[in-house]
Design a binder for this molecule. Structure first.
Ligand SMILES: Cc1cc2nc3c(=O)[nH]c(=O)nc-3n(C[C@H](O)[C@H](O)[C@H](O)COP(=O)(O)OP(=O)(O)OC[C@H]3O[C@@H](n4cnc5c(N)ncnc54)[C@H](O)[C@@H]3O)c2cc1C
Length: 364
């Protein structure tokens, strides 16, 4: 088995896989190691909401990264579909955000991002989505809000990576250290095995600090548990994503509805709990009463990689020439993944960056 690559990527979630795909498209050979199966952690567990942001308007670095990703997503989706036949379910379905208290502020925020929004009275919102409960108040319609189906996107990325012929997958390969010579990483260690590479990129999600521990680098990325309940009413009941504070409901095209999510600091415990699922189901029924009779198909929990300031870390590890990190995307790793993949690819290949990376430096 080939264990040498131009780049070794540790962690095969959406960030590792997307970066590998962009690197391989430019001719680099990549080895991706994952301690489990590829794409089965936070990236699998997420709801797949893709918030809009516009390159012309976005000011904050993270909004510019989102805008870059918004531009890339439709092309990446189509390209992966053409190469693999897998449809990731990318859909501009729009969203209704219920914001009766702070409607003007929220509306300014969306405008600032260049998003197309409509202020709706309760009556107008219920005309758009007749299944909504009465008395939910006014809403903002976010026209360009999109979604994708995470498991399908990860399958498409995996198959897309394979189709490049440049990427080797090493699943069930837990990396436990780096091979360092002076200020260069020569590769990684996984038990008694050494995988050699010209550069090493750590995309370990919530586990990133554990991975960086042997070289004394602390980013304070912490796992933040998020739970989801999947219900199936058997028919399409509503079409737009519904946002209620930090919680939401995402209607899939086949009628299934994801109800999420929680934000819990409970270490690496990745199990759904009765009380959280009860609260999510109550919210679902409160917003859309017809869901009371829906079948509860599945519940799950995932560990988001939370960074101290909510921004991802994208850059070189200080003191090392060829050791990089792409991690800490918290609640937005799917929506930020195409831009992240392109920026990390550019950094590793020494190409001019599509946007400045200063705000995402590891030593910020
Ligand atoms: C409930 C929930 C809802 C979410 N909803 C959304 C949403 O709607 N929109 C959005 O954009 N984002 C959402 N997110 C956030 C998003 O899923 C994450 O930000 C994103 O998946 C992070 O991707 P990642 O590749 O960094 O991490 P992960 O997907 O966790 O991948 C990290 C990988 O590293 C591997 N790894 C760890 N340690 C080692 C080791 N020692 N050796 C080898 N491999 C290792 C792991 O096995 C894992 O596969 C949600 C997350 C959750 C949990």
């Amino acid at each position: 088995m080939n264990s040498r690559g131009d780049v070794i990527i540790v962690g095969g979630g959406v960030i590792g896989l997307t970066t590998a795909y962009f690197l391989a498209k430019e001719g680099a050979s990549v080895v991706i190691c994952d301690q489990g199966k590829l794409g089965m952690e936070s990236s699998w567990a997420g709801a797949g909401i893709l918030s809009p942001s516009d390159v012309e308007h976005a000011q904050l670095p993270v909004d510019r990264l989102r805008a870059l990703s918004s531009v890339l997503f439709p092309t990446l989706t189509q390209e992966l579909k053409d190469r693999t036949g897998i449809d990731n379910g990318f859909l501009r379905c729009g969203a209704l955000e219920f914001v009766s208290q702070a409607l003007p502020e929220m509306s300014d925020e969306w405008h600032g991002l260049g998003a197309t929004i409509n202020k709706l009275s309760e009556k107008q919102a219920r005309t758009l989505e007749p299944a909504l409960a009465p008395n939910l108040g006014d809403a903002l319609e976010v026209v360009d809000m999109a979604q994708l189906r995470n498991p399908r996107h990860l399958q498409a990325l995996r198959a897309g990576c394979q189709a490049t012929g440049k990427i080797t997958f090493r699943e069930e390969t837990a990396v436990d250290g780096f091979v360092i010579e002076k200020n260069r990483a020569q590769g990684v260690r996984a038990g008694s095995e050494v995988l050699q590479g010209g550069a090493v990129l750590v995309c370990g999600g919530a586990w990133t600090d554990r991975l960086l521990e042997p070289i004394g680098c602390k980013l304070k990325i912490e796992p933040v548990r998020g739970q989801i309940a999947l219900v199936n009413p058997g028919t399409v009941v509503f079409r737009r994503i519904l946002i209620w504070g930090s919680r939401y409901m995402v209607p899939r095209a086949d009628g299934r509805v994801l109800i999420g999510s929680t934000e819990e600091h409970v270490g690496f415990h990745k199990v759904p709990t009765a009380v959280a699922i009860q609260n999510l189901l109550e919210l679902g029924i409160r917003l859309v009463p017809r869901l009371a009779e829906a079948a509860v198909e599945k519940t799950w929990a995932g560990l988001r990689p939370g960074s101290p300031d909510g921004l991802p870390f994208l850059g070189r590890v200080p003191g090392f020439e060829n050791l990089y990190v792409g991690a800490g995307h918290y609640r937005a790793g799917i929506q930020l993944s195409p831009g992240t993949g392109v920026l990390l690819k550019e950094l590793i290949l020494g190409q001019p960056p599509s946007m400045p990376l200063d705000a995402f430096r590891l030593d910020r």
